[in-house]
Write a protein that binds this ligand. Structure first.
Ligand code: 9WN
Length: 447
């Protein structure tokens, strides 16, 4: 049976119950006192945007964990408002993950929490996730938790708009590919190639990821050498953001990161109304970010959104799935919504009312499309969930249903893997990955 076909009711109910059980077992197995690890083997600490997606899943199972998850993450917020991309669990050995806490050395930096963290951030999807989780399971304790989170979410946005607007046009820059969440996306190839380094840098370190996953499915050693070089530069400057343009080797405006920042303001407007605060300023900021995103990152000649490399001033050429994600902005103008639908429906991505496989992470027709390598081709549940969210927001329920059915089919066949082969659907990376389970639960509740 293919995605979109209707099974008999009892089979459907049985399959659904089995899927819920797998997702629940995955999330339960990855729960760690106050947060969910993305994967017990590959990622044994707390990751920022993973926690946002996990919270959405917990809202369906144990809502108190959704709020504990977000609260523990924001407990590690820096004084300047940045929410670190990794919060290290002190009881896990330093070498369980590379780069570990000793490499980041954040605890000696002023304004950081006592807990060791990384010094980078990730896409700010937390306000959207918090609002979504609240709507899935509204209650008085949930509203109280949302109220406590609100000023911290506002501070997160403030950090990005005040410290990271390196281009001066109202968008935030990422200072490392890890901040995009799509680490080795072809979108970063051009800016990354300009980062001076040698693979030999890695001789001083030991990658842990390729102990747990196939090296051919992960970023290369040269990628890692550059990742290390960029962190080293940022760390040497005490993770400060002043004069980044004069000294930092990697500065890029990412379509997803900025779409998340705009969508966060829209979500904050809803949250503000719910808890009795003023939604007006959030609505204004959402509109301003949407306008800046269209001005800066939309290319009318390709009809999609691209990343802008601030070191060259140019848009990077790759047409990746990042280009579709501004759909999560509720105010995105119709012209760009239509353009994204054309791009998504093209053979590059294959979005349709009935589709066999979810969206790949990169253009299927590109010469550098790699179906096994991480963010250079495989399908990922979180990006598909975000695009589906955007399709619903812009009134395309049939496309959202087609995409959703293909996502459920993927997990039903392969399990809650980290990512999936974009043609065969085979599971890749970690076999018990939290956001796959969490977002599967969310989809099952809706479809
Ligand atoms: C570096 C945890 C994280 C995700 C990222 C994903 C991967 C880390 C890594 O895993 O990144 O942050 O070690 O590869 O790319 O999106 O948050 O799941």
């Amino acid at each position: 049976m293919g995605p979109g076909d209707t099974p008999p009711a009892d089979t459907a109910a049985g399959e659904r119950a089995a899927l819920v059980a797998v997702a629940r077992a995955t999330l339960d197995g990855n729960w760690e006192h106050d947060h969910t690890v993305p994967s017990r083997t590959l990622y044994p600490h707390q990751w920022s945007w993973d926690s946002a997606f996990s919270a959405i899943g917990w809202a369906h199972l144990r809502p108190e964990r959704a709020w504990a998850e977000l609260t523990s993450l924001f407990d590690a917020q820096w004084r300047d408002g940045r929410v670190p991309h990794i919060v290290f669990n002190p009881v896990v050995a330093d070498d369980a993950y590379f780069p570990g806490p000793a490499f980041w050395a954040t605890t000696s930096v002023a304004g950081t929490p006592r807990t060791a963290t990384s010094g980078l951030v990730q896409p700010p999807v937390h306000a959207l996730a918090a609002w979504h989780a609240y709507r899935r399971a509204p209650s008085e304790p949930a509203r109280a938790a949302l109220g406590r989170l609100y000023p911290r979410l506002v501070a997160q946005q403030h950090y990005l708009s005040e410290h990271r607007d390196v281009g001066g046009a109202g968008l935030a820059s990422i200072v490392h590919p890890w901040e995009s969440g799509l680490d080795n996306s072809p979108a970063w190839d051009e800016p990354l190639a300009a980062v001076p380094t040698e693979e030999a840098v890695l001789r001083a370190y030991r990658r842990r990821d390729i102990v747990h996953a196939a090296a051919a499915h992960r970023p290369t050693d040269l990628d890692y050498a550059r990742y290390v070089a960029i962190v080293t530069a940022y760390r040497a400057a005490g993770y400060r953001d002043e004069q980044l343009a004069d000294r930092h080797p990697f500065l890029v405006e990412c379509p997803l990161f900025n779409a998340a920042m705009g969508a966060a303001e829209s979500a904050l407007a809803h949250i503000a109304r719910e808890i009795g605060a003023d939604p007006g300023p959030h609505r204004q900021r959402a509109a301003a970010i949407t306008t800046a995103l269209v001005d800066r990152l939309y290319d009318p000649t390709t009809g999609t959104f691209h990343a802008r490399d601030l070191r060259t001033g140019r848009l990077t050429r790759a047409r990746t799935v990042l280009g579709l994600t501004p759909l999560i902005l509720p105010d995105l103008p119709t012209a760009q919504v239509e353009a994204i639908l054309v791009e998504a429906g093209s053979p590059r991505f294959g979005l349709a009312d009935r589709m066999t496989r979810p969206l790949p992470s990169h253009d299927r027709t590109a010469v550098d499309f790699e179906p096994l390598r991480y963010w250079r081709g495989p399908s990922w549940m979180n990006i598909n969930w975000l695009v589906r969210y955007g399709l619903l927001a812009h009134g395309h329920p049939r496309l959202a249903a087609g995409l959703g059915a293909s996502m459920i089919e993927l997990a039903a066949t392969a399990g809650c893997h980290e990512y999936f082969h974009p043609d065969t659907g085979a599971g890749l990376g970690s076999p018990a990955f939290s956001w796959t389970a969490a977002l599967l639960l969310d989809l099952l509740a809706e479809m």
